[in-house]
Design a protein. Structure first.
Length: 308
């Protein structure tokens, strides 16, 4: 198996090596070039394809794993940012330009999941995650309304940047966490007892405890501060390590105790990462204008929430 390549992996703690975090491919594979700003990759196991966002071009793109072909999944697409899958394998997308969260049904139609909180329009939903009970949790910074580059310039109607939960039965949009400067990526721990949220303006990741009923959060202390770069989205592997897209800092790997174990040194600015592929050991990386992949010796957590 290939060993560590100095130009791709940087070991900062011996656990990065002993955990074989650097024992995969020795170089990045370019899957597609030519985006204006690539974001939000999500792998769809049932179809063996990946959907990701090209925000300023207002489109979702699709890469086919079996053929390598790339095509347009949807355009216009509401200046989409992060996407995920729900418990039925349907695509859930944060549409910055339309200031809403939507679900793509199996027949291709689009259902609006959330667009207002207490009657006021959302800012610009950024990233979403689905819990095993079917609830949708999403971050709502102001990046999409700050300029016309990745959305439509506008004033915030809410006046704050929060994280929300959408009830799967009633559709109620409920505020679950506030006090952010720029909430961005979010992910549940594998046991769904904690929610991690990155703040791209404060340059740290906060961690919250999920209430016993699965509808509320408490805590919110800083898990890690970004030593180099700026945090965007975050994902777990099945050993409990947290992998963070750190913009100009590449991809960071954190031990469950918060130690930065090592980095993947990616050319350009890393916006998003996502595990996928048949065995969930292929890391997809959206960076600047390019979509990369890296076959690794670590395995990501399941793409779909596991029922409990």
């Amino acid at each position: 198996m290939p060993g560590e390549q100095p130009h791709l992996y940087e070991t900062l703690d011996e656990r990065f090596r002993t955990g074989r975090c650097q024992a995969g491919d020795s170089r990045l594979e370019v899957l597609h070039e030519g985006c204006r700003w690539a974001e939000g990759p999500v792998y769809v196991p049932a179809g063996r394809y990946l959907v990701w966002s090209d925000i300023p071009n207002d489109r979702l793109l699709r890469w086919d794993e079996t053929t390598g072909a790339v095509g347009v999944f949807r355009s216009p697409a509401g200046y989409p940012n992060g996407s995920t899958l729900d418990v039925q394998g349907r695509l859930v997308t944060c549409e910055q330009g339309n200031r809403r969260v939507t679900r793509t049904e199996h027949d291709g139609s689009v259902t609006v999941i959330a667009e207002r909180y207490r009657g006021r329009r959302l800012n610009s939903p950024n990233d979403a995650v689905v819990r095993s009970d079917g609830s949708v949790w999403f971050s709502d910074p102001e990046f999409g309304i700050a300029t016309d580059y990745e959305g439509h310039r506008a004033e915030s109607e809410i006046g704050a940047r929060n994280v929300y939960r959408v009830d799967p039965a009633s559709g109620e949009v409920r505020l679950v966490a506030d006090g952010f400067q720029g909430p961005n990526g979010l992910v549940f721990s594998p046991d769904e007892r904690r929610l991690f949220v990155s703040d791209s303006v404060a340059d740290h990741i906060r961690v919250f405890d999920v209430g016993e009923d699965g509808t509320s959060l408490s805590g919110g202390e800083v898990f890690v501060a970004c030593a180099q770069g700026t945090f965007d989205n975050i994902r777990f592997d099945d050993e409990g390590r947290l992998w963070a897209a750190a913009m100009d800092g590449g991809v960071h790997c954190y031990d469950p105790d918060g130690t930065l174990l090592g980095r993947i040194l990616v050319p350009g600015t890393v916006a998003n990462v996502r595990f996928g592929g048949a065995r969930r050991n292929r890391l997809f990386i959206a960076a600047d204008t390019t979509l990369y992949s890296l076959m690794m010796s670590v395995t990501g957590t399941p793409a779909l929430p596991l029922g409990r």
